[in-house]
Design a protein around this ligand. Structure first.
Ligand code: MN
Length: 239
């Protein structure tokens, strides 16, 4: 497929961060309209407690995505904050949900897309938590609770997670090198793109593999682009 590919993740949209929302509105209204495809690789939202949440504070963002969908195909792969984002949510932003991992073939190369948290295998507590909340039964139970109760539960989990992160050495919240090498092998690709770690970079491996890491928006945009002429380019104020 020709045309430009754009990739973003980790905007962590939150009513307490209007600066990030403003920058995303600008990005979706201007820069992204030049692209043929926009891939959102998770944690677009700081929290997502279910598609039945009216989330009126996000109306402007949804409008921007809807508008963008007239020029650009939008794909959404969930992160650890917005893994409950489902078909109804996707309809609101005129996007298609991708399962993880997903693959694209810009030019002729096959590329793997992930959120990135599955690569952080040094953090055993987190992986255990992930297994719990990705379980269908857990999700059905959670989504069966009233919105107000879900909000409370998620706020509690956030507090626990913040506290836990302060106790953890920062290394274990990055990817595990062996897990990355295994991932290339398992997916049968030599390039992967992910976010999650908030450590924007381009990593090269001895076997020739490349790992593109998208940054969080804080509040400046962080995005990766690909065109046939330019190849990949990471735009991030820290890189
Ligand atoms: Mn994440």
């Amino acid at each position: 497929m020709t045309g430009e590919y754009l990739f973003i993740s980790d905007c962590h949209l939150d009513k307490n961060r209007p600066d990030v929302t403003d920058n995303l509105v600008d990005f979706l209204t201007n820069r992204a309209t030049q692209a043929r495809f926009l891939y959102v690789l998770g944690d677009l939202f700081e929290t997502w407690i279910g598609d039945d949440d009216p989330a009126i504070e996000l109306r402007l963002i949804f409008n921007c995505f809807q508008h963008l969908s007239k020029t650009t195909e939008i794909y959404f792969l969930a992160g650890n904050r917005d893994f409950l984002f489902g078909e109804q949510g996707a309809n609101k932003m005129k996007s298609s949900i991708l399962k993880e991992p997903s693959f694209i073939t810009p030019g002729s190369q096959k590329i793997g897309l992930l959120h990135g948290d599955t690569l952080c295998t040094d953090d055993g507590d987190y992986q255990q938590f992930r297994t719990m909340v990705r379980n269908k039964q857990w999700q059905d139970d959670f989504l069966g609770k009233p919105l107000a109760e879900r909000k409370k539960i998620v706020a509690g989990l956030r507090e626990q997670s913040k506290h836990a992160m302060q106790q953890k050495p920062t290394d274990i919240m990055d990817v595990n090198r062996q897990s990355v090498l295994d991932c290339f092998e398992e997916l049968g690709v030599s390039t992967i793109i992910h976010g999650h770690t908030h450590r924007p970079a381009v990593h090269h491996y001895p076997g020739g593999q490349i790992r593109y890491v998208l940054g969080d928006w804080n509040p400046e945009p962080s995005y990766l682009s690909w065109t046939a002429n330019t190849g990949f380019a990471l735009t991030d104020p820290r890189v």
